[in-house]
Design a protein around this ligand. Structure first.
Ligand code: PLP
Length: 402
């Protein structure tokens, strides 16, 4: 019998909603694309997006910027991180995270990963002490949120300021507190593969008026910081306006116009992602050899991607599984590969950072499989995909024992 094949595309996003297209066309017709190009009394799409995103996260202030990577670099600068400083971060994350640390001349110190795919809090405490770092750039990689109550205890005990990288947790929460609202600054991405799609884009939130005044200046506000509806009060810019460099990374009205209707619809999108995620979970739970990541009850997730572990599998078997699934249309990523491919790279390929050894992270990544879950998939697609993965895992496990 022919083996079923999946024909959907793992990189295909949904179209931009009609309301967003109409808003973008209106911006283009106006000719006023720059965020500070406003009519008298006009708020503008960017400031309106910031106001709505501040409300969405419950933050005092929000700032829209050019990318998620820019948001993290801006957050580090706003905290005063500079050349030679050490910044703690996850050993397992994506390249823009250590890249943001390197962009301010600082050195990433990578922290180990647990089998729940979150940062190892014991290793964090140890490295906080040993490194003398004052900042943790915490990446909620692939949406997995660690015990944020314990993490903040560790941060307080070691005097760490926490910046949260919420590229994969926009709309997620830990014990009801939105992701990005535990640390002093939250950073988000609106790049095509995240939870809202403006091609490129980022957002920063914080309750700290002085940090946000610096972030606004850094982002390239010139002396127009008064036009930020969701920015800090004008008096906070008194000295900041003279001593903060302009590192242009603004968002424009076109992107903000595309994002505002998506933000209004985000809760519904999250429900759809989570429905797909639960089908994946059910389909792969209790498969021999394969371990899914059980999500803690404190975590409100956004299931925009799916991960599972094949503990103890050899590199050759992992490669064979990825190839066998690919042949049936199921595009999996393996984080154990020695050479970086496409979006997937590992801490040991970030050679701009001082060399570091993370044996526990290595052991996790050796068996870690990752899959995108775009909203162009339906639940039946996910059932087909889990069937293919189960089949191929089983047949490989049999070959290995037989
Ligand atoms: C995508 C991503 C970012 C930010 O990405 P940009 O492409 O710069 O918007 C940050 N962290 C993680 C983990 C990401 O996947």
């Amino acid at each position: 019998m022919e083996k079923p094949v999946f024909t959907g595309k793992f990189t295909q996003q949904e179209p931009i909603p009609d309301a967003a297209i109409a808003a973008a066309v209106a911006v283009m017709r106006s000719g006023r694309l720059h965020r500070y190009n406003l009519l008298p009394g006009e708020e503008g799409e960017v400031a309106a997006l910031e106001r709505e995103f501040a409300a969405f996260t419950g933050a005092g202030f929000a700032l829209a910027v050019a990318s998620g990577g820019y948001a993290m670099g801006c957050a580090l600068r706003a905290l005063g991180v500079g050349p030679g400083d050490r910044v703690l971060s996850n050993g397992w994350t994506l390249a823009p995270v250590p890249g943001a640390i390197a962009s301010v001349g600082a050195e990433p110190v990578f922290v180990e990963t647990t089998d729940a795919l979150t940062i190892d809090l014991e290793d964090l405490a140890q490295k906080a002490k040993a490194s003398g770092a004052g900042v943790l750039l915490l990446s909620h990689m692939r949406g997995h949120i660690c015990d944020m109550d314990r993490l903040m205890d560790v941060a307080r005990a070691h005097g760490l300021a926490v910046i949260e990288d919420c590229a994969h947790t926009m709309g997620a929460a830990w014990r009801g507190v939105p992701s990005g609202r535990h640390g002093v600054i939250g950073c988000y991405s609106t790049q095509t593969y995240k939870h809202m799609n403006s091609g490129e884009g980022g957002l920063i939130v914080s309750d700290d008026a002085d940090i946000m005044a610096r972030a606004v200046m850094l982002s390239g506000s010139y002396m127009l910081f008064g036009r930020h509806t969701a920015g800090p009060p004008i008096d906070r810019f008194e000295t900041v306006k003279y001593d903060t460099p302009n590192v242009s990374g603004r968002m424009d009205h076109l992107r903000a116009a595309i994002l505002r209707p998506q933000l209004a619809a985000l809760q519904g999108q999250i429900a759809r992602w989570n429905a797909l995620y639960r089908v994946m979970e059910e389909g792969l739970r209790n498969s021999p050899d394969l371990r899914i990541i059980e999500r803690p009850p404190q975590e409100s997730i956004v299931g925009s991607s799916f991960q599972f572990l094949l503990p103890g599998w050899s590199d050759a078997r992992m490669r064979a599984l990825v190839a066998a699934c690919a042949a049936r249309g199921v595009e999996l990523k393996w984080f154990g590969a020695a050479e970086p491919v496409a979006f997937t790279s590992r801490y040991d390929s970030w050679r701009f950072a001082p060399p570091q050894r993370l044996p526990r992270t290595d052991a996790i990544l050796a068996g870690l499989v990752d899959m995108r879950l775009p909203l162009t998939f339906c639940e039946a697609d996910c059932r087909l995909i889990t069937g293919i993965i189960r089949d191929e895992v089983m047949s490989m496990a049999q070959q290995a024992t037989g």
